[in-house]
Structure formats: structure tokens, C-alpha cells
Design a protein around this ligand. Structure first.
Ligand code: GAR
Length: 197
């Protein structure tokens, strides 16, 4: 979205749990550090996701769309229909723990971002912080990348290093990385929106 354009970029945020990255994005939009944008919807595939309450407190529209025994494609079709209805420009995955169907990815190609708690391509998939500790990494970090059909393998937008300390546990490392995630994701979204016409 060009700066100064009357239309605000409409962001959808998909979550499955705590939603702290969703909050970081929503607060950055509200505080003006992601200019000319609005969070149009927060969607969770989990009805009990703690992030839903946080979103409601911020008066954001929320939707729960559970998979409920449907195929990935059927589930994603319902999500895409809701996104289309709201004329979403950018989809931000924020702790959304599902792989997207190709149909979803094709509909929003180049407009779906994800944040991951490692320096990709190292440690893709689940439990990235544990993978880093098990490997004996001395530096880990976080990555914001475009989502494509690969698992955490889409083009990287921005990364930030985080040191691994002696005696780190999964919890202590995750916490240190999360602090950087909350800064990095808004920066990445701002940068991407500047490039979207
Ligand atoms: C974050 O650390 C995010 O990077 C990670 O899940 C956490 C969600 O926290 N995502 C992945 O591991 C995706 N592969 P949040 O719900 O508080 O944002």
C-alpha cells in the first residue's frame, strides 16, 4: 500500500494459542509503527486459544474456524472465504500451527507471512528452540518469511540473532527469542506493506 493512500492495508492474523505475536502486531498497528494498516480479523483454529481473549480486549474482530474432521482443503476453503469477504491484503501467521493447503497459498501467494523461532533454514518445524539446544547451537534467533509449499522454507524477509546461553532451557531460550520476535514481526510487516502496491 502506497504511503498516503486512502485505503488501509487489511491484515488478517491467524493464531492457534497464546497469541503474543498477534498482540505485538496489533499493538504496532494501533501505535502507528505499522502505518496505514488495520487488523481486520483474528482467526483461530482452536476455540480455547488464549490469544482470542486478548484480541477481544483490543476490540478486534475474532473468528474460530475449527478443522472438525474436515480435510485441510475444506478447512482452508472456509478460512479463505472469510478472508475474501473482508478483502484481506496480508495474512500473518502468528503461532498458527497448521500447514496451509496449496489452494490457500496460491490465493494469497506473496501475501502470507510466518514467524519462526530459529534462524531458518536451521531448525524448521516443531520445537525449534529444543532443536537448537539439542544441536548445541551457540546462536539461534527468529525469522519472518513468506509462506510457500515448503515447511518453513519460503523466502526469508528478515532475521534476528539471539545468543544461546550456557545452561539455557527450552523455556529460557524461547523467552529470549520471543522478545525479539515481538520486535521483528512488526518491522517485517511494515516493510512488506511498503512493497505491496
Ligand atoms: C512463537 O514462538 C512462534 O515463533 C512459534 O510459536 C510461538 C507462538 O507464540 N511458531 C512456530 O514455531 C511456527 N513453526 P505466540 O502464540 O505467543 O505468538
Amino acid at each position: 500500500m502506497a504511503e498516503g493512500s486512502a485505503q488501509k492495508a487489511r491484515i488478517a492474523i491467524l493464531i492457534s494459542g497464546r497469541g503474543s505475536n498477534m498482540i505485538a502486531l496489533a499493538d504496532a498497528v494501533r501505535g502507528g509503527s505499522i502505518p496505514n494498516a488495520e487488523v481486520a480479523i483474528v482467526i483461530s483454529d482452536q476455540p480455547n486459544a488464549a490469544g482470542l481473549d486478548q484480541a477481544k480486549k483490543r476490540r478486534l474482530e475474532t473468528l474460530v474456524i475449527e478443522r472438525r474432521g474436515r480435510t485441510r482443503e475444506e478447512h482452508d476453503r472456509q478460512i479463505v472465504a472469510e478472508l475474501r469477504e473482508r478483502k484481506i491484503d496480508l495474512v500473518c501467521l502468528a503461532g498458527y500451527m497448521r500447514v496451509l493447503s496449496s489452494e490457500f497459498i496460491n490465493t494469497y501467494r506473496g501475501r502470507i507471512l510466518n514467524i519462526h523461532p530459529s534462524l531458518l533454514p536451521s531448525f524448521p518445524g516443531l520445537n525449534a528452540q529444543k532443536q537448537a539446544l539439542d544441536e548445541g547451537a551457540t546462536i539461534s534467533g527468529c525469522t519472518v518469511h513468506y509462506v510457500d509449499e515448503t515447511l518453513d522454507g519460503g523466502p526469508i524477509i528478515v532475521q534476528r540473532d539471539v545468543p544461546v546461553h550456557e545452561g539455557d532451557t527450552v523455556e529460557s531460550l524461547s523467552e529470549r527469542i520471543l522478545i525479539e520476535e515481538h520486535k521483528l514481526y512488526p518491522e517485517a510487516v511494515k516493510r512488506v506493506l511498503e512493497q505491496i502496491e
